[in-house]
Design a protein around this ligand. Structure first.
Ligand SMILES: [Fe+2]
Length: 250
């Protein structure tokens, strides 16, 4: 399986604090059947001052640590970019890391605030689309506005955004409201990927299996498998030679 949203890099956001904790998360991912993890630290001006260059530097160090420990997890990177007024400037300055390209659009992970859908979010998406950039909306099923009123996701569907659900939401780890909302969004057929959004070993580990299995009950096992393998692979194959060459078996 391929995990497109997780916080495994130590000390740069609210993921693991230490390298030891980070290595433990990588081991858990491997044990869960994850072969490729795309690290997505928070990029949130004023709170987590990460950008494409700083994340790439941290990735290099972590990759070397995994090799030294013989942990067979392949790493790529992007970022979880909080919706903010700074996004256009950061795009123009090349500070936003993209997963890769899909259908001629560069794709990055966009996080709405958990509390609501800010007015004008659709205008930002339009601005991005005009520049051949398509956002993938991170865990819409955990947004309080969307949980209360699932129609709030409609403008993003109409703008052809991609959607990432958190595997644990589908499995019920985030409560009934998030689980029901995840089900509704899955039933639209618009979900692109399930991802772990892992932060720590205890409460938010890097696992996809339970979410995939819960999704299989809703959309069938073939479609559920696509959400943890084929679809993420399309998005990030340029970051991994084995995925690009098609010689990787899950
Ligand atoms: Fe996240």
């Amino acid at each position: 399986m391929i995990d497109l949203h997780c916080h495994l890099l130590p000390g740069i956001d609210d993921g693991p604090d230490t390298l030891e904790q980070a290595l433990e998360l990588a081991r858990i991912a491997v044990a869960n059947g994850i072969t490729h993890s795309v690290l997505t630290p928070h990029i949130h001006p004023g709170r987590y001052e990460n950008d494409a260059a700083s994340i790439q530097a941290e990735l290099k160090t972590f990759r070397a640590a995994l090799e030294a420990e013989n942990i067979p997890l392949q790493l790529g990177f992007a970022g979880e970019v909080r919706l903010s007024a700074e996004i256009p400037m950061m795009i123009e300055q090349g500070q936003i890391p993209f997963y890769g390209e899909l259908d001629g659009y560069h794709v990055f992970l966009l996080e709405l605030p958990h509390s609501h859908v800010p007015p004008g979010s659709d205008k930002l998406v339009e601005w991005l689309l005009q520049r051949n950039i398509r956002p993938m909306i991170a865990h819409p099923e955990r947004n309080k506005d969307i949980m209360r009123k699932p129609d709030k996701i409609q403008p993003f569907i109409e703008l052809d955004c991609l959607f990432q659900l958190t595997a644990g939401s589908v499995a019920g780890d985030f409560g009934e409201a998030a689980q029901n909302t995840a089900r509704l969004i899955l039933e639209t057929g618009k979900v692109s990927v399930l991802a772990s959004d892992a932060h720590n070993a205890l409460y938010r580990p890097p696992r996809l299996d339970h979410g995939r299995d819960a999704a299989a009950e809703i959309v069938g096992s073939d479609a559920a498998h696509e959400l943890v393998f084929d679809r993420p692979r399309q998005l990030i194959q340029n970051q991994f030679a084995d995925l690009r060459n098609g010689d990787h078996l899950d």
